[in-house]
Design a protein around this ligand. Structure first.
Ligand code: ZN
Length: 418
């Protein structure tokens, strides 16, 4: 087992750990750990809400979820010799929900959760249809997830980090803040908001103290969106075996990561839409000097996906086009088309006895594939969502008999009114 350079104990708050990570992006957050190119190491990650979500049958915690405190990230890791313009190579060697319990405190809980945020506290992809808060608890047995809140499905998860990236430079951070606050200014009172401006409330900034802490808390970028540094990309295919190439913007690169997911469908559509878990990753890092100009990579990470995806081979796919619920035609809007594909899939699954939110949770958490099937056939974009049929413990395909199997309901999905 590689040396654990960032150990976390799931019985303690993030700020009471031996090493304190961070939950904002800023170049002045001091490195917590120094590593060398070529090094292999382990790091623990807390689940993104730092223990606020409980393994119970109430959605009150999801309704009041502490969004200003996310995401609790492990890092920054200073990579010796990394300079702006380099490419940082990160290999994900392993990723799992917990260590062997005999080896001492560990970061995971051995279970996970997914949620829908209320429209007034974050919302979700289909927030008009699902304005309330919901929560589903998932149990892990090896790599398989099942839930007492969603009957007759079981699937092999696709473990990945929701969030990983390098620190921005001061210039890049200023660019982010400007463009995002400009967007907010176009509709400042929108619910949910268009973007999340810097927020000192609940900022965790590693070992920073005093006036520096106050300044960085005022300036630091929130971790919710993906940006040029990678960040919260929520790419389900960053499984073990993946190699990711991150642009380096500051000396030492300052790599950070967290928000581990046991499984997730493309789009993470319920917002807290993956199966969120604590756990660990084993990583290997290296550098390509001047890699950004050598490979023409001005912005954004690129990656070679891993080879540890679950082996599902048969799919039931649903399509949608860019016409909204009022019948209005939109021009090549793939986002709207994907929402329609999801609505179609939910309506279909409800014919098998699932509630609307159970179907929504399946699309958010199972290893479903989302595709931009057509982006040129004016005026309609066509987006599709592919659901693996083998995750259902019955035949989910339409048949000539025309009698959909009815799932046996147990516990209802916990819900809390908006
Ligand atoms: Zn997540």
């Amino acid at each position: 087992m590689p040396k654990n350079l960032f150990p976390l104990d799931n019985t303690k708050k993030f700020t009471n750990q031996k090493l304190v990570g961070h939950n904002r992006w800023h170049p002045d957050i001091p490195a917590a750990v120094h590593i060398k190119p070529g090094e292999v190491f382990r790091a623990d990650c807390r689940e993104w809400f730092d223990g606020a979500i409980k393994n119970d049958d109430s959605a009150e915690d999801m309704r009041h979820c502490p969004l200003p405190g996310v995401h609790v990230l492990s890092g920054p890791f200073h990579v010796e010799g990394a300079e702006p313009g380099d490419l940082l190579i990160v290999d994900i060697l392993d990723i799992d929900a917990c260590h062997d319990e005999d080896s001492g405190p560990f970061a995971g809980m051995g279970w996970g959760y997914s949620g829908v945020f209320a429209s007034k506290n974050g919302g979700s992809f289909l927030t008009e249809r699902f304005p309330d808060a919901y929560k589903v608890i998932w149990d892990f047995r090896g790599d398989v997830a099942t839930s007492r809140h969603v009957p007759e499905v079981a699937y092999v998860g696709i473990h990945h980090p929701g969030l990983m990236g390098t620190a921005p430079s001061h210039d890049l951070l200023a660019k982010w803040t400007k463009r995002e606050t400009d967007l907010i200014a176009t509709d400042p009172h929108r619910v949910p908001p268009l973007a999340l401006p810097p927020l000192p409330d609940s900022a965790i900034l590693g070992s920073l103290k005093g006036a520096d802490f106050d300044r960085v808390a005022r300036e630091g970028a929130r971790t919710a969106p993906p940006r040029e540094n990678g960040g919260n990309q929520d790419i389900k295919n960053l499984t073990a075996g993946s190699r990711i190439f991150y642009p380096v913007f500051v000396p030492g690169a300052k790599l950070s990561f967290g928000d581990l997911h046991f499984s997730q469908g493309d789009g993470e559509i319920t917002f807290c839409g993956a199966i969120e878990m604590g756990g660990y990753m084993d990583l290997h890092v290296d550098l390509i000097k001047n890699g950004m100009s050598i490979y023409g990579l001005k912005e954004n990470a690129m990656f070679i996906p891993g080879r540890c995806d679950p082996q599902y081979s048969e799919w039931l796919a649903f399509s949608g086009v860019s016409v909204d619920g009022k019948g209005k035609q939109h021009y090549l809007d793939s986002w709207l088309a994907y929402a329609n594909a999801c609505h179609h899939a939910i309506d279909y699954l409800m014919k098998f006895g699932y509630s609307d939110v159970q179907a929504y949770m399946i699309l958010g958490t199972a290893p479903v594939e989302g595709r931009l099937s057509g982006v040129v056939d004016i005026p309609n974009a066509c987006s599709t969502i592919y659901i693996p049929t083998e995750i259902f413990q019955f035949d989910v395909r339409p048949s000539k008999a025309g009698k959909p199997h009815q799932v046996k309901q147990g516990l209802a999905v916990p819900r809390s009114a908006n």
